[in-house]
Design a protein around this ligand. Sequence first.
Ligand SMILES: Nc1ncnc2c1ncn2[C@@H]1O[C@H](COP(=O)(O)OP(=O)(O)OP(=O)(O)O)[C@@H](O)[C@H]1O
Ligand SMILES: [Mg+2]
Length: 356
Amino acid sequence: VLAPGATIGILGGGQLGRMLSLAAARLGFDCHIYTPEENSPAARVSARQTVAAYDDEAALKRFAQQVDVVTFEFENVPAAALRALTGSGKPVFPQAASLAVAQDRVDEKEFFARLAIPTAPFAPVNSRAELDAALDKFGAPAILKTRRLGYDGKGQARIMAREDAPAALKAIGAHPAILEGFAKFDTEISIVAARSRTGEFAAYQAVENRHEDGILRTTTAPASVAMGIAVQAQKYTQAIMEALSHVGVLTVEFFVMPDGKLWANEFAPRVHNSGHWTEDGAMTSQFEQHIRAVAGWPLGSTAIVSKVEMTNLIGADADRWQSYAADPEMRVHLYGKGDARPGRKMGHVNRLFPRK
Ligand SMILES: Nc1ncnc2c1ncn2[C@@H]1O[C@H](COP(=O)(O)OP(=O)(O)OP(=O)(O)O)[C@@H](O)[C@H]1O
Ligand SMILES: [Mg+2]
């Protein structure tokens, strides 16, 4: 168990690392951020940083010597970096297995299948012939995705009709891919949950997610789905976390189908954008919960204290910070990113609906 005053090492310097670091500070920990990026959102609120590439073995080794536990906020940390850190003798949570499965969309879907968790139909695609064969099997519409390194809808192409196949292959480039049948879902929900070093499990309530242009736009907590659906989603999430012996927060995205069945879309072995509502709407934020789990502390309460609508501030949305700040029902969170490029997540606002 880490006592206050210990140092938590975080791989990745983005907004998730920033919010982890702020939560850790409140519990009396220091954070040391490891990122290739100068002046990163996370490092700017943390006690220490290392700016180095993820494959810089000497830098990784020095980093391990300076921290008491290692975790990550960035899902595409090379597995080799995590192995090198694990070999350093310092505890690494979550362990490499969680990361490895989540990094490859085919492995991830096969993993869901082994746990009897339904998904959209899928097939690995490495050539035009394999794409055609997959389209013969489950037809259009379908989505072609790169197996690795996608986020915010990047590395994906929709195939509305068979004629779109060559354009879709071209759009994602020469990468190993997966074809997924299109899920005609009613809604999308996600479960953010945590598992402690002693195997204790705690899930937040299911939340509802709305995407625009492949990017999460709003999360509503709690989701307005039937209780049975929300409970099933939590059960699937627990099965996933047990199978991985996962320690820390993990998030599973689901499609709710018209027949009430859940199809798992993907999981992230980390805190998640759809959990940002917990900063203001739950007893314990997802960030504090993750820090508690990796530090060997008991998990905090996941009870909801207010309904929340979380809205991402994307690109120029963040320019309206003054009007958000003037709204008494809103809590504003900004990531300290200078350059508001289109599509870039700059911050979020949580609108609270406290009981009167
Ligand atoms: N098979 C599918 N059927 C229908 N819609 C899909 C399918 N796959 C993805 N989508 C839509 O595209 C969104 C983004 O897809 P996905 O979660 O696979 O990508 P991502 O790039 O990992 O996104 P993020 O990192 O934002 O979670 C989904 O939340 C969903 O709205
Ligand atoms: Mg997703």
